[in-house]
Design a protein around this ligand. Structure first.
Ligand code: USQ
Length: 406
C-alpha cells in the first residue's frame, strides 16, 4: 500500500513509519515538525539524541534499501498544499497522528488551549474535507485516546466505542440504538479527540469515508524492532512535566535518582500499551478497513490497566527510588477503577507485551545511558488545570520553588 503518515516524525509516528516501511509499504511522512518547535519553546529536548527527519530517513535507506519520503506540510494551516499532495499521490491509506498530544501542554495557558484546539480540530477537518473533495477512497486510521471515555467505569467495562442503549419512545416502546460512548474529556487535549469523534461520525455517514478510530492508552517503552537497528533511528523519549507520560517518567526518575512524582494519592487507574504493540495495532487496523458506508470502526488500543501508585511502588522496589507524594496539578478523580474491553485487537492476532521487569530494565538502561542529557528542572509537572490548583503546586519534590515556563 501507499500510506501517508500524518505526524510521522513524532513518538508513535516515527516507529510506525519504520514498521510499515519494513513490512513493504510505500511510506510518505507529512509533518510540520511542530514537536521539535515545542521542544524549543519549552526549553527541553528528547532524552535520546534525535537527528533531523531527513537524516533519519537517509539512515533508514542506507540500512534497509527502503525509502521513506518526507513532506513538510502543516495539515491545520496548509489546506491547499495538503489537497494538492493528496491529489497527486492518492494514497491507499492515511494514518493520522498530526495532533498536539499532551494534556499538560494543552492546559498551560489560554494560548496553549487555543493552539491545541485550532491545530487538532483543523488538522482533522482539513484532511477529511480534502478527501471528500478529491473523491479519495483512502482508509483513514486515526490515533484517538482512551481519555475520550473519562476513566470511570460505573461498574461496567468500557466498550469499544459504542454503547448499546434502550431509548423509550413516546408510545411506550423501547428502541435499541448504538451510540458513541458518552464523551467525558479531562483536558483540552482530550476534548479535541472527543470533537474528532463527531467529525468522523459525520463524514462516515455523509460521505461514506472509511474511518478507523483507535482509542489508545498511555504508551510506555521506547524501542521497537526497527528503532533498534541503528543508533540514529532511535525514537524520541520525553521525560519533562508536559510531554513525559507517567510510566516512562517514573523509569527515568529512578535512573537519575529523582523522587518518583506521584500526583495525589496515585489512585488514578489508567490503560497502558507498549510502543511495539502500538505499531502492530496500527498495522492490524490498516489490514482490516471498514466497508464503505459503514459506521466508524473503533478499537480500544490498550493491553493492561494499572494504578499510578502501584507502578511507583513497583519501580521503587525494583530500583530503590524514593516516592514523592505531590499535590495533583490536574483536576481528576483521586481514585478510580478501570475495566476496558479490548477483544477486537486480540481477536485479530495482537499478542500483548505486558509489563515485565526485563522490559522495564530496557527503559532504565536507555535512561541511564542518556542521563547526562536530563535537565532536572524540567522534570516537575507545572501545568495546573485551574488557577486555584496552580497556587497549591509550587514546590518540586526536591523542595525548589517552581516557575511555570509558559
Ligand atoms: N501522573 C503522575 N505523575 C506524573 C505524571 C502523571 O501521577 O509524573 C498521573 C496523572 O496525574 C494522570 C496519569 O498519571 O492521572 C496519566 O498521566 P500521563 O501524563 O501519563 O497521561 P495523559 O496525560 O493521560 O496522556 C497520555 C498521552 C496522550 C494519550 C493518553 C492516553 O500524552 O496523548 O492520549 O496518555 S489516556 O491516558 O488513556 O487518556
Amino acid at each position: 500500500m501507499k500510506i501517508a503518515i500524518m505526524g510521522g516524525d513524532g513518538f508513535v509516528g516515527w516507529p510506525t513509519s519504520l514498521h510499515l516501511s519494513n513490512a513493504g509499504h510505500e511510506i510518505h511522512i507529512l509533518d510540520n515538525l511542530s514537536r521539535r518547535w515545542i521542544d524549543t519553546e519549552l526549553g527541553v529536548q528528547s532524552l535520546t539524541p534525535m537527528d533531523s527527519i531527513q537524516e533519519r530517513t537517509r539512515i533508514w535507506h542506507a540500512e534497509t534499501g527502503r525509502k521513506i519520503h518526507f513532506h513538510l506540510i502543516d495539515l491545520a494551516r496548509d489546506y491547499e498544499l495538503l489537497k494538492n499532495w493528496l491529489a497527486e499521490e492518492r494514497p491507499d491509506a492515511i494514518v493520522h497522528f498530526a495532533e498536539q498530544r499532551a494534556a499538560p501542554y494543552s492546559m498551560k495557558s489560554d494560548r496553549h488551549k487555543n493552539y491545541t484546539v485550532n491545530n487538532n480540530v483543523n488538522a482533522t477537518h482539513n484532511l477529511l474535507n480534502a478527501m471528500v473533495e478529491l473523491s479519495l477512497d483512502a482508509h483513514l486510521v486515526h490515533l484517538g485516546t482512551m481519555g475520550v471515555y473519562g476513566y470511570s467505569t460505573v461498574g461496567a467495562a468500557i466498550p469499544e466505542g459504542y454503547l448499546s442503549v434502550g431509548i423509550e419512545t413516546m408510545d411506550g416502546r423501547t428502541v435499541e440504538q448504538d451510540i458513541l460512548y458518552p464523551a467525558n474529556p479531562g483536558s483540552i487535549y482530550h476534548m479535541t479527540k472527543c470533537l474528532d469523534q463527531l467529525i468522523f461520525q459525520f463524514y462516515a455517514k455523509n460521505d461514506a469515508l472509511r474511518i478507523t478510530d483507535l482509542h489508545q492508552g498511555i504508551v510506555w517503552g521506547t524501542h521497537t524492532d526497527q528503532t533498534r537497528r541503528h543508533a540514529q533511528l532511535v525514537n524520541r523519549f520525553d521525560y519533562d512535566g508536559d510531554y513525559g507520560t507517567v510510566l516512562n517518567r517514573f523509569l527515568i526518575q529512578a535512573a537519575i535518582g529523582y523522587p518518583l512524582t506521584v500526583h495525589g494519592t496515585g489512585g488514578q487507574t489508567r490503560a497502558f500499551i507498549h510502543i511495539q504493540d502500538s505499531v502492530r495495532c496500527i498495522e492490524i487496523a490498516l489490514n482490516n478497513p471498514p466497508a464503505r458506508g459503514s459506521k466508524v470502526e473503533i478499537f480500544n488500543q490498550m493491553t493492561e490497566t494499572h494504578r499510578v501508585r502501584d507502578l511507583a511502588q513497583m519501580i521503587s522496589s525494583m530500583t530503590g527510588a524514593q516516592i514523592a507524594w505531590l499535590p495533583n496539578p490536574r483536576k481528576e478523580a483521586a481514585e478510580n477503577d478501570l475495566v476496558v474491553h479490548n477483544e477486537k485487537f486480540l481477536a485479530l492476532g495482537l499478542e500483548p507485551t505486558t509489563l515485565k521487569e526485563g522490559l522495564l530494565d530496557e527503559v532504565v538502561d536507555v535512561a541511564k545511558k542518556f542521563a547526562y542529557r536530563v535537565d532536572r528542572s524540567r522534570v516537575p509537572a507545572v501545568s495546573a488545570w485551574t488557577k486555584e490548583i496552580a497556587t497549591s503546586v509550587n514546590r518540586d519534590p526536591e523542595g525548589n520553588q517552581l516557575k511555570s515556563v509558559s
